[in-house]
Write a protein that binds this ligand. Structure first.
Ligand SMILES: Cc1ncc(COP(=O)(O)O)c(C=O)c1O
Length: 473
């Protein structure tokens, strides 16, 4: 087989895999790790594998991969298959360039600049800037890094002095990456203060104000507040407008973590959830979640130009940044050197679907989540664990018998997952386990949600019956 024939055979397998997304296929062929190790035999030998083995490797990898394009993959904050973005991603691999300079990435540099300008126009950052980076966690890190360098510019050169006592404030249900960021920046994860949220999961502005005042009284120096635009478990949007008034009064950096829910800004119907976003200093937005762009695709936007360059020390970089083209080398404002091209796949998808297509996809996601919520509310054995805020529906099954609800619901989830029928996630609200269904696939239909609940209820009922029989026996 020559290289061309091998490539054609590989593409045929890829096409078959894509086709299966549309069919009723198991979402995973689940194997216990020991059994998968036996089947896959991932060890690499010294001898070349050969073509037959190469094609078998493709089959096996695809066979045991979780089918995140399947409509029963309701587990993560991303799902679905995005054809134009997939093509864009393939082209990126094919041309294999790096985002640091115009010299090696001319088209990608212009595309990234265009995408950042477009995203900034939705954020209302008229003088904004931004950079694609390796995910929301790193976006949160660079935002905190920028805030630290604004308040303590010398820390860029001399390090962070602990006696400065910097403290940051986040929603008590914020993503864990803020603590990682504080850890990495030398501020310390204990100096990320968790602000109380209401039963709907939104940060309570008055609690924030009180926390800031208490910190100042304790000799600490507040410098950074993060609002979350769709919290990871409940999908709650913090009230940006009200919080922006507080951060303005205290002169604090206001960051919006829209890693999960930032894409809602494209919906005319629902963008009010992010009212006040233009008052923030920075905003992380992950197209790899609700816009179904293949991982990773994430941008950190900043309201003020120059902020990102300022973060990077003025190193001697003349071996890479030659400044020979009349265009900015984007690498100068990134904390990475080699950087994957992530803007191109977004560009392909955004052009293909248009703003209108994406607005419809966002509206559809909310409609599907509402449908799931209504299904829970209508069923006597299903209990909604918290009012739905956006794309996440948190619920559990209540069997007739008095049994441990956490163990029971976890067992239902695990049985569904291992059977390959559906994958849905779970988390904890205090000590109570909640099943979390996320509508993240822009092409979901009501019948897909109905299919999930049919399988979930069948599984729950069969487990319930089994437990009653065991008890009676
Ligand atoms: C609210 C929120 N912020 C940040 C992140 C981290 O984003 P990433 O997975 O791209 O690092 C997540 C991930 O789920 C999230 O839900």
């Amino acid at each position: 087989m020559n290289k061309e024939t091998l490539l054609a055979a590989s593409f045929e397998k890829i096409q078959n895999h894509i086709r299966k997304n549309e069919e009723t296929q198991p979402v995973v062929n689940y194997q216990e790790p020991a059994s998968l190790q036996q089947i896959l035999k991932p060890a690499v030998s010294d001898e070349p594998a050969g073509e037959e083995e190469f094609l078998k490797m493709i089959d096996q990898y695809l066979e045991f991969a979780v089918k995140t394009g399947n409509k029963q993959f309701l587990n993560q904050l991303y799902s679905g298959f995005n054809f134009p973005a997939f093509v864009g991603d393939m082209l990126t691999s094919l041309t294999n360039t790096s985002m640091y300079t115009y010299e090696v990435a001319p088209a990608a540099t212009l595309i990234e600049k265009e995408m950042i300008a477009l995203m900034n126009s939705y954020a209302g950052y008229t003088e904004g800037d931004g950079i694609f980076l390796t995910g929301g966690s790193n976006g949160n890190l660079v935002a905190m890094f920028s805030a630290r360098n604004r308040i303590l510019p010398q820390s860029r050169f001399h390090g962070y002095d602990r006696n400065e006592n910097l403290v940051a404030f986040v929603n008590q249900q914020a993503h864990y990456s803020f603590e990682t960021a504080a850890n990495l920046l030398g501020i310390g994860s204990k100096n990320v203060i968790k602000v109380k949220a209401g039963p709907d999961g939104r940060m309570i502005p008055d609690e924030l104000e009180q926390s800031i005042k208490r910190a100042i009284q304790n000799g600490q120096k507040p410098f950074f507040v993060a609002v979350t635009c769709a919290t990871t478990l409940l999908g709650a949007y913090d009230p940006i407008d009200e919080i922006a008034e507080i951060t303005k009064r205290h002169g604090l950096w206001l960051h919006a973590d829209g890693a999960f829910g930032g894409s809602i800004i494209l919906s005319d119907l629902h963008r009010h959830l992010m009212k006040g976003i233009e008052k923030t200093d920075s905003f992380v937005w992950n197209p790899h979640k609700l816009m179904n762009i293949p991982l990773v695709c994430s941008a950190l936007l900043v309201r003020q130009k120059g902020v990102l360059q300022h973060n990077i020390t003025d190193l001697n970089t003349d071996y890479i940044f030659h400044d020979s083209d009349d265009v900015e080398d984007l690498g100068k404002k990134s904390i990475q050197c080699g950087r994957h091209v992530d803007a191109v796949k977004l560009w392909f998808a955004w052009k293909y679907f248009g703003k209108k297509g994406y607005a419809q996809r966002m509206d559809n996601l909310i409609e599907m989540a509402t449908h799931a919520e209504n299904t829970v509310n209508r069923h006597p054995r299903l209990e909604l664990m918290a009012p739905r805020q956006s794309f996440s529906v948190c619920f559990r099954y209540r069997p007739e018998n008095d049994i441990n609800l956490n163990e029971f619901n976890l067992a239902v989830r695990e049985k569904l997952r291992k059977s390959g029928q559906s994958i849905v996630n779970y988390g904890y609200m205090g000590k109570e386990l909640t099943i979390r269904l996320v509508t993240a696939n822009g092409e979901l239909q009501k019948k897909d949600i109905d299919q999930f609940f049919t399988k979930f209820l069948e599984t729950a009922k069969s487990l319930e019956k089994k437990q009653v029989e065991e008890y009676e026996y």
